[in-house]
Structure formats: structure tokens, C-alpha cells
Design a protein around this ligand. Structure first.
Ligand code: NIG
Ligand code: FE
Length: 383
């Protein structure tokens, strides 16, 4: 197995938890990769020998970003809807049906090529692990093929047949989602998700759908409290979910419930940017003892960004996180939101997924928004 020493690291952010052997930030650092794993991290002065040596010239190294929430399998374009919103129209979840029609009409090859392009775009911006949902097919055939396509790119695939009711009777649609559609989707999915929101699915329907998924071995997660206050976040806490996503509208009882259950609040600031909604108060959540993750929610309607550096900048500017907290939210806590401990931190034994930032510190990700600072992305020890 070849070992590679990355040295000349001006600042190494490990995102390691407090109290672990590895500090969360190391200056004048080095790191050794052996095969696909990290073998050593520490101060450059103390670095062991390795077969190869790469000098990073004072640049910053971070864990690769873990984007725990995206909807990359789709066709069509909703730029006109975005432009109308910027001119004052409100965001409406009904726009999802526009994408459903385009997705159903696309070929497998077209959908696969589009996902490949978006995943490549993410890689260039430092994302090394991505979760991908279905949810723009909403027939048994189209959900199963969406997940089969997503599976070609990631193990972290999520069945979101319960995105909206595409047409017809809601009760009949829930029967379909929990019956034949789930049977066809489950072999390609690790997770099951429900959009629990007024106009999509209520708490009882969400409960039924997540339970059906669990009976097929799928792990539950939820979209909740995106467009207004509602029962979704408290349901996620009651069910002890690993993570609940959006959390834009939270009252005190929601925050207390998240703290008590340990459920991670995954915040998606690209959505607030693109829908002109108020940003969630990440500071309030962290101060209350709730863990916070950041993800892109990359999708054609509410957040068509693939960039976690952009989300980090928004979280710092608009949501009260320090730059270091925002990096942790997009790395270690994103990994935790997917139940993963092999990625999201840089410590011996972890997968060698990391990014080299062309800047003297991680602060530049927020200080220089919109600038392409990600110089290198390493996945499993390979550049
Ligand atoms: O996460 N909330 C539901 N689904 C997507 C939006 C989908 C769309 O508008 O196409 C989201 O924001
Ligand atoms: Fe989403």
C-alpha cells in the first residue's frame, strides 16, 4: 500500500469531536494517507516518512463535505419560477409537479447524464459524500428507476415517493407509496423520507409511510417545518430520527424536542436564499444543545445550488454560525446525519476524503463567498 504525506498545510481542520485525541484545528500541519484511509495527522514537524510527499504551500485542508440532502434525479428547468419569485411571487410546493412531468418524460440515459453532471459539479466544490433522493417520478416505475440511477453514484439513496400527491386521491396514493412503490424502490434505497408539510403529507400519513419503510429495512428521515410551523419536527423527535431537514419555522417546543431526542437539525440555507424565506436561527439551536448539519438540498425548485461552500457562507452571514461551526456542520455533523462515522472528520482510520482550500484558513470560505477556492478534492485517498 502506498503512503502519501501531505505537508505544508497552513491550517488543518479535522472536525474531530471535542475531547478526542486529535484537535479540531492544527496549524502548520501534515497528514498521511495510506491506501484509502488516513494513517496519521499532526504537526508537520512531527510527521513520519511516507512513500510520496505533496507540499500544499500553506493552503488549508478540511474534511470533504458531506451533503446529506439532495434531489439530483430530475429533468427540466424552473428558472422562470425562480425569476418570478425574485419579482415577488411566493414559493409553492406545487412547482414539484412541473419537474415530475419533465422527469417522467426523460430517458434513463438523460437522467443519468444529468446526475453525473451535478455530482461532478459537487466534487469540484469539495463534496465527497452525497445523499440523493428520488421524488420526481411518483409512479412505481419512475421512483424505482430514479433510485436505481442514484445508486450508481452513492450508497446514500433515499426513497421520497411521499414528496407530493402527484394526482388523484391522497389516501390511494399513500396506499401506493406504502405498497407496490415501496416494494419496487426498497432494493435501491437506504433511507425513506416524507415531505411533512401543509399541502404535502400530514403527520399521520408521515408516520404510516415511515413505518412501512422501516418494515422494509429503510431508515427514516423527514422534511419538516419548511414552509410554516407544523407537527413534523416534533414527530421526528418523537420517533427518535437521526435527522430532520429544513427546520425553518421552529417554536420553543420544537427546539426542546430536538434537544431531548438528540435529532440533528439539518438546515438548508440555499432554500431560504432561493425562496426569500427567513433563514433558520442556527445559533439558537446550537446554544440550546441541538446538533446542526448543513446541506445543499440541491433541487430544481427551492434550491438549485450544488455548493456547500455557498451554504457555509450563508450560514455564517445569515444564521449566526462561526466559520468553524459551519464547516463542522457541513462535514462531521452532515456525516452524523447519515449515520456515518467513516467520513466527515480527519483522524487516523477515517476515509481519506478531504479538500484543499486555496486560502490560509477555513474562514475564507465565508469571507470570500462565490470564489472557487476548492483547489483539490480527494476521495478515498485519490485526487
Ligand atoms: O426540499 N420540500 C420539498 N422538496 C424540495 C423542493 C422541491 C421542489 O420545489 O421541486 C425541497 O425543498
Ligand atoms: Fe429536500
Amino acid at each position: 500500500m502506498t503512503s502519501t504525506l501531505l505537508t505544508g498545510i497552513g491550517e488543518l481542520v479535522t472536525s474531530a469531536p471535542d475531547g478526542s485525541e486529535v484537535p479540531d484545528v492544527i496549524e502548520q500541519a501534515a497528514l498521511v494517507i495510506e491506501g484509502s484511509r488516513i494513517a496519521w495527522v499532526g504537526r508537520a514537524l512531527d510527521a513520519p516518512d511516507a512513500d510520496e510527499r505533496v507540499d500544499l504551500g500553506g493552503r488549508t485542508v478540511l474534511p470533504g463535505f458531506v451533503d446529506s440532502h439532495s434531489h439530483l434525479v430530475f429533468a427540466g428547468d424552473r428558472a422562470a419560477e425562480f425569476a418570478a419569485r425574485m419579482a415577488g411571487e411566493p414559493y409553492a410546493a406545487g412547482g414539484i409537479r412541473t419537474t415530475v412531468a419533465a422527469t417522467r418524460a426523460a430517458t434513463d440515459e438523460q437522467l443519468t447524464a444529468h446526475v453525473a453532471r451535478l455530482v461532478q459539479e459537487m466534487r469540484r466544490q469539495g463534496t465527497t459524500t452525497v445523499e440523493i433522493k428520488s421524488g420526481y417520478g411518483l409512479t412505481t416505475r419512475d421512483e424505482a428507476r430514479s433510485l436505481a440511477i442514484a445508486r450508481q453514484f452513492t450508497e446514500e439513496t433515499t426513497f421520497l415517493g411521499a414528496h407530493v400527491v402527484p394526482e388523484g386521491d391522497p389516501a390511494a396514493y399513500v396506499e401506493l407509496v406504502t405498497g407496490p412503490m415501496l416494494d419496487a424502490a426498497a432494493p435501491y434505497a437506504r433511507w425513506i423520507d416524507v415531505f411533512c408539510e401543509t399541502g404535502a403529507f400530514d403527520a399521520d400519513q408521515a408516520r404510516t409511510i415511515l413505518a412501512a419503510g422501516a418494515a422494509h429495512g429503510l431508515l427514516p428521515r423527514l422534511h419538516a417545518n419548511q414552509l410554516g410551523h407544523g407537527p413534523g419536527v416534533r414527530l421526528a423527535a418523537e420517533l427518535g430520527l437521526l435527522a430532520v431537514d429544513h427546520c425553518t419555522y421552529l417554536d420553543e417546543a420544537d427546539v426542546d424536542a430536538l434537544r431531548d431526542s438528540g435529532t440533528i437539525a439539518t438546515l438548508l440555507p440555499g432554500v431560504e436564499f432561493s425562496t426569500r424565506q427567513p433563514y433558520p436561527d442556527a445559533r439558537r439551536l446550537l446554544d440550546a444543545g441541538v446538533r446542526v448539519a448543513l446541506a445543499s438540498d440541491c433541487n430544481p425548485g427551492s434550491s438549485f445550488t450544488s455548493s456547500l461552500p455557498f451554504c457555509i457562507a450563508l450560514a455564517v452571514r445569515e444564521m449566526g454560525l462561526t466559520p468553524l461551526e459551519a464547516v463542522r456542520a457541513a462535514t462531521a455533523t452532515g456525516a452524523a446525519a447519515l449515520g456515518r462515522d467513516d467520513v466527515g472528520t480527519l483522524a487516523p482510520g477515517k476515509r481519506a476524503d478531504l479538500v484543499v482550500v486555496d486560502a490560509p484558513s477555513h474562514v475564507h470560505l465565508a469571507y470570500r463567498p462565490g470564489v472557487p477556492l476548492i483547489a483539490q478534492t480527494w476521495v478515498g485517498g485519490r485526487l
